[in-house]
Design a protein around this ligand. Structure first.
Ligand SMILES: *Cc1c(COP(=O)(O)O)cnc(C)c1O
Length: 460
């Protein structure tokens, strides 16, 4: 143990008291319902009194924190008293967002969960995965096992790990096939990665079964749960160890910010890495790798996300109800070959979607738990790439953008946008043909969306 002067010790003691008060507040909020947590997070009346009484979490745009004295500075920089020091490392506004995310992602999960925000969803995936691929002389031939039905940026990142760091990437081409996962995982595997429902293919996998396979080798299962959000799926309840999010999507539904986060359960199964990494991965990431690499989120962006999160559950419920109507409508159109939406019984992963995707606290609204399948779908236009482009170009209300999870409906053609750089072979194996349009349903009235799609499909 490091020795501190009596002056520094005073700040350590004050800090311990603040940490205890915050733990009590956290316990109080953990007993609340999902919406109450989303609206309030950890920001309390007591915290407001230290912020001019502001009932909204204040944005601290200051790059750095002023210290009362050298003793205060020493305690803060030795990481022995809670403080925020410098906004690359921490910031009070980021802290409120992280605490809300940890509470939402841990909703209904009996263990402890912590979260760390990042400047984008890709930064979250990077921060969640790189610590596990560090060189280890005892384990010289590292591999990772990942679903190929994942976000285009994630596919490119893992391909970069292969190219630049010599990591063997064992892609799971059909994540519904448990044998494919099982065949990839061995004693040299550093982590297992899955995304569900996936963007853009809406692929599912059996989370619980894959978590068990990873845990048999004492390695973590990392899940990108961006599309579902904690309002529909909390992967840690089913055995996942780390969850990554792009907060730029539905969790930041207004579209005012690029942001990301990782949430992790405490006491990770991991055979390598520092003891602190395993004890509390999110706190470790924040204090060490994130500090050194620097992909922190701006306090302004954090505040935008805090604001959007308050209404997350109601939005995803409404959007999911609209999406079912739009998916049924599309499936009935002669110009549409097929529709991929987890809520359609014809969907290969439908049974898994029914098992895993539930509206948080749905029983309180509807008298019994309800499945909700989200706002994202994709459909294939009959007549190939050219017909798909004509339909896409004909949209008048639905925006053309590489974006999703917005209050505004948005469409994209993945082969010419998000998945342009992967190459034909990969797109074919990942089931992304050029006539596929990805559609993200917003909060408009579904009748207006269907009218727009009807007139656009007439151009096929
Ligand atoms: C958008 C997205 C990402 C990347 O997030 P950014 O915030 O754009 O960096 C990762 N995963 C999924 C599923 C996404 O949709």
């Amino acid at each position: 143990m490091q020795e501190f002067s009596a002056g520094v010790q005073r700040y350590i003691d004050l800090g311990a008291e603040a940490t205890r008060a915050e733990a009590a507040r956290r316990a109080e909020m953990r007993a609340c319902k999902f919406d109450t947590i989303a609206v309030h997070g950890l920001y309390s009346m007591e915290a407001a009194l230290a912020n001019q009484g502001s009932i909204i979490e204040p944005a601290y745009f200051s790059s750095a924190q002023h210290f009362e004295s050298s003793d205060h500075m020493e305690a803060a920089l030795a990481y022995v008293a809670p403080s925020w020091t410098y906004s690359r490392i921490a910031n009070p506004t980021l802290h409120y967002l992280e605490e809300t995310l940890a509470l939402l992602e841990g909703y209904g999960f009996p263990g402890e969960v912590s979260a760390c925000t990042t400047g984008s969803g890709m930064a979250a995936t990077y921060m969640a995965t790189t610590p596990f691929i560090a060189a280890d002389p005892a384990r010289p031939r590292p591999n990772i096992v990942a679903s190929a039905r994942c976000y285009g940026g994630t596919f490119m990142l893992f391909s970069r790990y292969a190219r630049e760091r010599g990591i063997e990437v064992r892609w799971v081409w059909n994540p519904l096939d448990l044998d494919e996962w099982r065949a990839g995982i061995d004693e040299h595997t550093r982590f297992v990665f899955g995304e569900m429902p996936s963007n853009p293919g809406l692929a599912m996998f059996d989370l619980r079964a894959v978590a068990e396979m990873a845990h048999a080798y004492q390695i973590p299962l990392i899940v990108d749960s961006t599309i579902a959000t904690p309002a529909l799926l909390r992967p840690m309840q089913h055995g996942a160890d780390i969850v990554v999010h792009s907060l730029s999507k539905l969790m930041g539904s207004s579209g005012f910010a690029i942001a990301g986060a990782l949430a992790a359960r405490h006491d990770l199964p991991a055979r390598s890495g520092a003891a602190e990494l395993r004890a509390n991965f999110a706190a470790y990431t924040k204090l060490y790798p994130l500090r050194d690499i620097g992909p922190s989120i701006s306090p302004f962006n954090a505040l935008m996300i805090i604001n959007d999160l308050r209404t997350l559950r109601g939005k995803i419920d409404r959007m999911s109800v609209s999406a079912v109507q739009v998916a049924d409508f599309l499936a009935a159109q002669p110009a549409v070959e097929q529709v991929a939406y987890p809520g359609l019984p014809s969907q290969p992963g439908h049974e898994l979607a029914q098992r895993y995707l539930w509206l948080a606290d749905g029983a309180d609204d509807y008298g019994a738990p309800v499945n909700r399948y989200g706002y994202l779908m994709s459909f294939n236009v009959r007549g190939g790439a050219e017909a798909a482009r004509r339909v896409f170009d004909g949209l008048r209300l639905i925006w053309r953008a590489t974006d999703l999870g917005r209050v505004k409906s948005v469409a994209a053609i993945p082969t010419i946008s998000t998945h342009q750089q992967q190459g034909e072979e990969v797109r074919r194996k990942a089931s992304l043909p050029p006539n596929l349009i990805r559609l993200s349903i917003g909060l408009e009235h579904p009748a207006d969306l269907m009218a727009d799609l009807r007139q656009a499909l007439a151009r096929a």
